[in-house]
Design a binder for this molecule. Structure first.
Ligand code: SF4
Length: 274
């Protein structure tokens, strides 16, 4: 008998949530005739599948009054860990059963497809190709409605609102802002990256740090050093790298000047001639 197949199976894990189901399962009295009908279940199964695909009888499960499921090992290639489930039922006051249903079910060791994940949740940063579209949901928690225009604004008013970043239908929500800040801080542009750990000083004192506007400006800026790994990327103020504007080489690290060349005018060199 394999795990998860009992006779009858009445076990549940969550006593509160499963209480009604447990009570219902307890009320099912195993049908002795159905439990004993192993041969009838196997015969019904063999009418549908090859005998070579059917293995040992694994157990039974009482489904309802006079309804029992018999499980058989599946030996079909590619279905390791699967089991045949044959449901037999008995009519009232009858002493024989009939085969109602035959299905193939995955067991605990079965190889099954992973749980479905919507495509939009599978996309990672960097997956988008030119021409791809990734629409955001109307209720995306990272966005909230922004300042909306009725279309009758003066051109001067509209120019100012656009300059202030207000002319967008939606803007970053607090949640969206916090998610971005945490992601940046934990990423390669944060203080814990290997580059920052061995930096001579932090970005906050670097001349190549460009300040940004808005609330994120209190912790982040943009690196503008063409020689730095993070050029053009958001970095936290406590990030840093060896290309810091004030980085200095120690005296020992400076290249040592070479001595003047010496001309040997007293010895001769043997040269091969061709
Ligand atoms: S050069 Fe280095 S230290 Fe300077 S802003 Fe860029 S990442 Fe920060």
């Amino acid at each position: 008998m394999i795990a998860g197949v009992t006779a009858p199976s009445t076990e549940t894990t969550d006593a509160t949530a499963e209480a009604p189901a447990k009570r219902a399962a307890k009320a099912v009295k195993p049908d002795k005739v159905g439990i004993a009908a192993v041969d009838a279940a196997r015969s019904g199964l063999l009418e549908l599948v090859d005998a070579a695909d059917v293995g040992d009888h694994l157990g039974t499960r009482a489904e309802d009054k006079r309804v029992v499921t018999h499980y058989f090992d599946c030996r079909r290639r590619g279905y390791r860990g699967w089991r045949w489930a044959v449901v037999v039922a008995r009519a009232k006051r009858q002493k024989t059963v009939t085969v109602d249903e035959v299905v193939l079910l995955p067991g605990e060791d079965a190889i099954v497809a992973p749980e479905w994940l919507p495509y939009k949740d599978r996309i990672q940063a960097g997956d988008l190709s030119p021409g791809d579209l990734l629409p955001t949901d109307d209720d995306d928690p990272r966005l909230v409605p922004g300042w909306l225009s009725d279309g009758d604004d003066e051109p001067e008013v509209r120019a100012v609102t656009l300059e202030l970043g207000l002319g967008r239908p939606r803007v970053l929500s607090l949640e969206g802002r916090d998610l971005a800040a945490q992601r940046w801080y934990d990423g390669d542009g944060g203080p814990d990256s290997p580059l920052a750990q061995s930096a001579p000083a932090t970005c906050s004192s670097c001349g190549f740090l460009v300040r940004v506007a808005g609330p994120l400006s209190q912790a982040f800026g943009v690196c503008a050093n063409a020689q730095a790994n993070d050029d053009g990327r958001v970095v936290s103020w406590d990030h840093g790298c060896g290309a810091h504007s004030e980085a200095q080489l120690g005296k020992r690290s400076l290249p040592q000047p070479l001595p003047d060349p010496v001309f040997d005018t007293t010895s001769t060199d043997q040269l091969e001639t061709f």
